[in-house]
Write a protein that binds this ligand. Structure first.
Ligand code: S5P
Length: 263
């Protein structure tokens, strides 16, 4: 799949602050790797984030799985963000009506909108979910991804559902910066530009026993035209050297992108 523009050059296609920052960061740091940091203790979380930090553009969190979450974790996460120059994506997968998600985004224990540059939502409830999140996030310079597809076996997010997600994103271009999907969803010649992030990426295994399906960085970036690989257990799975694996995925992702530019 041919690539007409480099990441950094695409920044001007977006009015959204988080999208512009992310695309520039990817170019500056030369990495299209996002780490999915699904561990359940603060100690592991901070240790892995510090080790993988130099190799990633985006740290993806599931903040509600931490058993010992506290405000200090957020403070330390922000320090790591500055130290290593990455952005933060809370994978909250909002899925309720606008009024509810507005509170879930800004209030409660986690106050996601205060520290997460990017979050995501299922388009399932209709446009109200985007409007609700936008009321909170836009003025803070945040960006939203819509889950247009999922990597898990039997996902219902296909066909007309995926098409409807794209149309929803087009109606909210100021706040919706892209998609969770397995492939590029709209052409380079389209008037709109969206960042595609793909989970379900692994170099060593093809599934996890609970429905997750893995493809390689090459499949995802070069052959399917996605922009960012999201890798979790491939990097911090048992016995792995975090820095070595993070570098390996960073290199594989960047190599796939470089080949796409040359094609
Ligand atoms: O369709 C999806 C969407 C997401 S955001 N499939 C996914 O796996 N994810 C997330 O990506 C999932 O919640 C997890 O945090 C990460 C994949 O982790 P891994 O350990 O399987 O690489």
């Amino acid at each position: 799949m041919i690539l007409k523009k480099k990441y950094g050059e695409r920044a001007e296609n977006f009015s959204n602050k988080a999208a512009r920052e992310l695309l520039s960061l990817i170019d500056r740091k030369k990495t299209n790797l996002s780490l999915a940091l699904d561990v359940t203790t603060k100690r592991e979380f901070l240790e892995i984030a510090d080790k993988a930090g130099p190799y990633i553009c985006l740290l993806k969190t599931h903040i509600d799985i931490l058993v010992d979450f506290d405000q200090d974790l957020i403070e330390q996460l922000k320090e790591l963000k500055t130290k290593h120059d990455f952005m933060i994506f809370e994978d909250r997968k909002f899925a309720d009506i606008g009024n509810t998600v507005k509170h879930q985004y800004s209030k409660g224990i986690y106050k996601i909108s205060e520290w997460a540059d990017i979050t995501n939502a299922h388009p399932l409830p209709g446009d109200g979910i985007v409007s609700g999140l936008k009321e909170v996030g836009l003025s803070l310079g945040r960006g939203l991804l819509l889950l247009a597809e999922m990597s898990s076996k039997g996902s219902l997010a296909t066909g007309t559902y995926t098409e409807a997600a794209i149309e929803m994103a087009r109606r909210h271009k100021d706040f919706v910066i892209g998609f969770i999907a397995g492939r590029k969803l709209i052409s380079d010649d389209d008037k709109d530009d969206f960042i595609v992030m793909s989970p379900g990426v692994g170099l060593d295994v093809s599934m996890d026993g609970l429905g997750q399906q893995y493809r390689t960085p090459r499949n995802v970036i070069l052959e399917s035209g996605s922009d960012i690989i999201i890798v979790g257990r491939g990097i911090y799975g048992s016995g792995k050297d975090i820095a070595v694996e993070a570098q390996r995925y960073r290199d594989a992702g960047w190599e796939a992108y470089s080949q796409r530019l040359m094609n």
